[in-house]
Design a protein around this ligand. Structure first.
Ligand code: BGC
Ligand code: CA
Length: 318
């Protein structure tokens, strides 16, 4: 596509489709060591790597079930923690290779007693601890409410319930001072904040810092990241946009439009962490003009004038 697929407020912002993959793409993660972007395709049960320097895409198929999230393990070459189905597993994959199978070592299973829930978004905190949650069954775009749970998982692999119930556990990130967790349960239309203690891994004191409906923004808040100024970047599912929010003033700072409606997640990447990588979903009906050629695309947004932070990696032995 032409480098800018749709009109945006600042003339020099470019929105470029870098990959086409028609599944439910999610969970972008910039890997500093390999300078690659990782992301997952949930229902096609794949983890992808993309090397922006060469344009090469590789993937691995995980037979275990839908892949909600995959994050590299610190200091363990080719090892990922993966939320697949309701299992939390260690997966071995050399991301320079296309593989149709991988070793999956299940370390924990969540949502016992629930039917048809699955892992959705997750991330690792500054202590190397995983945080992520599940969502209920989704039939024709309708998700059974209150079937999911938000967990943390330490190096002992024992899941700890953090918030229950939730409906679609989604985006999360931590404040620059590392004292606040920002969290999205999509159907609430809200971004919540909790006091967060990195040592104990406890959260408390929930408050709402932004409500999409109250701000007349269409769609649902989905994946989220933070920039080095402490502002949040939120993917808006069914909203064809990414929004930048100041969590202190609770104000909308900027809107960046995408040429497809199901925008699922965001992360900063590139050598200077100044490219905003955006995943979208290719599933479901086409709603926008020319959307077919963009739905399911992975986009690189440049010239935003901000940069992100390096994501944390899971620590198996702390
Ligand atoms: C989920 C989708 C869901 C969407 C709604 C995504 O994170 O993976 O299944 O439809 O959120 O916000
Ligand atoms: Ca998501």
């Amino acid at each position: 596509m032409a480098s800018s697929a749709c009109k945006n407020e600042k003339e020099d912002i470019t929105v470029t489709k870098i990959i086409q993959n028609s599944g439910l793409n999610e969970g972008p993660h910039w890997d500093h060591q390999s300078q690659k972007l990782f992301f997952v395709d949930i229902f096609n049960q794949k983890i992808f790597s993309f090397d922006p320097a060469t344009g090469t895409t590789r993937s691995v198929y995980i037979a275990n079930g839908p892949v909600g999230v995959a994050i590299p393990v610190y200091n363990e070459l080719n090892t990922f923690i993966v939320g697949t189905g309701t299992d939390f597993a260690l997966v071995n994959w050399n991301s320079n290779e296309d593989n149709t199978s991988a070793t999956v070592e299940v370390k924990a299973t969540v949502d016992k007693g629930k039917t048809n829930t699955r892992w959705n978004d997750g991330k690792v905190d500054s202590s190397g601890r995983f945080w992520g949650g599940t969502m209920g069954p989704e039939i024709n775009s309708v998700v059974t409410p209150n079937q999911g749970t938000f967990y943390s998982i330490d190096s002992d692999f024992i899941p700890k319930v953090q918030i229950s119930p939730v409906s679609i556990s989604n985006g999360l990130t931590w404040s620059l001072l590392d004292d606040t967790l920002y969290y999205i349960d999509s159907p609430t239309y809200q971004i919540a904040a909790y006091d967060y203690d990195p040592h104990s891994g406890g959260i408390s004191n929930k408050r709402i810092i932004f409500d999409l409906q109250k701000n007349n923004i269409p769609g649902l808040p989905d994946g989220m990241t933070i920039d080095s100024d402490g502002n949040l970047w939120v993917a808006v599912y069914n909203g064809a946009r990414v929004i930048q929010i100041n969590p202190v003033t609770k104000e909308l700072i900027r809107t960046v439009h995408l040429p497809t409606s199901k925008v699922t997640s965001v992360t900063f990447g590139g050598p200077l962490l100044d490219t905003l990588y955006v995943t979208t979903s290719g599933l479901g009906p086409i709603e926008m003009k020319n959307e077919a050629m963009y739905a399911g695309g992975i986009f690189a947004i440049k010239n935003l004038g901000v940069h992100g932070l390096l994501p944390n990696l899971f620590r198996t032995n702390v």
